[in-house]
Design a protein around this ligand. Structure first.
Ligand code: R5P
Length: 335
């Protein structure tokens, strides 16, 4: 029977693959053939290396349009409107034309960040700008919007990272990782010159743990999860839980192939997030903790009444105008 089967052509001899995406002969849409070390702005690639082809465009059937469909603002729920307004305000206040590398966070608020970045005036800088994702979801957002996709190993210094949060305290410390992205998110937050949080008003809190009741998300090496679990209990964690998948038997597996333990700590622990972070991180098997302490420069909270409150690390609070991009959002046009 095997004699009837024709052997597959080696990849290099397959004419279809020779000019296909990812081939070294191909000139895929967008920036595939561009060397980051010689960008049109003359800005050098931080590592002086050629951009990886795989980093430019991904996914079968993905057509980078450079455009995004915008849902008319009036069609959104009050919570979604609040997220959009917070995202628009943060982009308008913190992203400048000269910022050439942006970090894009994860969650349900961040799509509005990308939406605004695809609108005037920000979109005019996009051909010469690189976007670094914090996980699968934001990678998809970047690719589908037709933006230049980069990675943190190409751009270990990022101009601005904008990300969501599960809860933010009075000092802008945050719980993150509700979507299990905290490891990459923290790397991109740390790599950023400016790390900005966007959220709706439900995340605006005084002490961590007051509104986010499911605990601190901790990414752990799979083989070590039970050991970390027991050590968290010994440390005083009231209720560690191995996060389980939905529509999947077994635990959630992160974009990095790890597990997540959600660890609830009582208020005295949560009032000193720096100490708690340090202690959890010292447990062998822990890869990253979803406590972002002293990292955010500002946080933008959208309220259901259409206002946006910006909070700063020095304690300043100010209401900001978030309506600049709404003309486009209200029309529901493609941008
Ligand atoms: O792992 C996920 C992230 O930390 C998210 O940024 C966080 O869960 C907030 O997400 P959302 O904007 O959906 O509230």
């Amino acid at each position: 029977m095997s004699s009837q089967l024709r052997p597959l052509a080696p990849l290099a001899e397959n004419p279809k693959l020779k000019s296909g995406p990812g081939s070294s002969n191909s000139t895929a849409p967008g920036q595939n053939s561009r060397r980051a070390s010689h960008s049109s702005s003359g800005r050098p690639d931080p590592l002086g290396t050629e951009v990886h082809l795989s980093a430019s465009r991904i996914g079968p059937g993905v057509i980078p349009t450079g455009r995004m469909d915008v849902v008319p603002h009036e069609e959104l729920s009050p919570e979604e409107k609040a997220k959009r307004l917070a995202a628009y305000a943060a982009v308008d206040e913190h992203v400048k034309d000269f910022h050439k590398v942006l970090g894009i966070g994860s969650g349900s608020t961040v799509p509005y960040v990308v939406e605004r970045l695809c609108q005037p005036p920000h979109c005019y800088a996009n051909s010469d700008r690189w976007y670094v994702p914090t996980g699968f979801q934001s990678k998809e957002l970047i690719v589908k919007a037709g933006l230049n996709l980069g990675d943190v190993d190409q751009f270990p210094t990022i101009d601005v990272t904008i990300d969501g949060a599960d809860e933010v305290d009075d000092e802008l410390n945050a719980i993150k990782g509700g979507g299990a992205c905290q490891l990459r998110e923290k790397v991109l937050a740390e790599a950023a010159t400016h790390f900005i949080i966007v959220a709706d008003s439900r995340k605006d809190s005084h002490v961590l743990g007051q509104t986010w009741k499911q605990g601190v998300p901790i990414e752990v090496a799979p083989f070590a999860w039970a050991k970390v679990f027991v050590n968290l209990q010994k440390m005083g964690c009231e209720k560690p839980t191995l996060r389980m998948g939905k529509m999947k038997a077994g635990p959630v597996v992160t974009d990095n192939g790890n597990f997540v333990i959600d660890a609830v700590f009582s208020e005295p622990y949560m009032r000193d997030p720096a100490e708690l972070l340090h202690r959890i991180k010292m447990l062998t098997g822990v890869l990253e903790v979803g406590l972002f302490v002293g990292m955010a420069e500002a946080a933008y909270f959208g309220y259901p009444d259409g206002t946006v409150m910006a909070r700063w690390q020095d304690g300043r609070r100010e209401q900001v105008d978030a309506t600049k991009g709404l003309e486009i959002a209200e029309s529901g046009k493609r941008v």
